[in-house]
Design a protein around this ligand. Structure first.
Ligand code: 5GP
Ligand code: ZN
Length: 113
């Protein structure tokens, strides 16, 4: 747990979210400002700042986040989806606890803005 980290507080149950999945090492919850009909976040309970801070020890957990994200998308009727990790403020990161966006339910543009 990192002090003053919003997602550590969510992981600790201190801030309510619309939870979609939780186990001992990760959770999934709906984004408070959805950018698509289905938009949820996967986070590890462990505080990792961003993708650049992932270590060897985290590799299995990152793969689990991707697999779980795909499974939850399917449970929500989404076959085509986009997974996004923003790394750093210029890339759009606003919460500095690693999170994977899962977006779906509408046509997506490429490249992203
Ligand atoms: P970032 O911009 O860092 O990649 O994504 C952070 C995401 O967290 C944003 O999409 C934002 O809407 C979401 N978010 C920020 N605060 C909260 C919150 O308190 N609850 C939920 N459910 N989502 C949040
Ligand atoms: Zn954190």
């Amino acid at each position: 747990m990192s002090a003053d980290c919003l997602f550590c507080k969510i992981a600790a149950g201190e801030i309510p979210v619309e939870m979609l999945y939780e186990d001992d090492e990760l959770l999934a919850f709906r984004d408070i400002a959805p950018q698509a009909p289905v938009h949820f976040l996967l986070i590890p309970k462990k505080h990792i700042q961003d993708p650049a801070a992932i270590t060897d020890d985290d590799e299995r957990l990152m793969g689990k986040m991707m697999r779980r994200g795909a499974a939850i998308a399917k449970e929500n009727g989404i076959e085509d989806f986009r997974l996004v990790f923003n790394n750093g403020a210029k890339a759009g990161q606003t919460v500095f606890h690693i999170h994977m966006h899962v977006l779906g339910g509408r046509d997506m543009q490429w490249p992203p803005g």
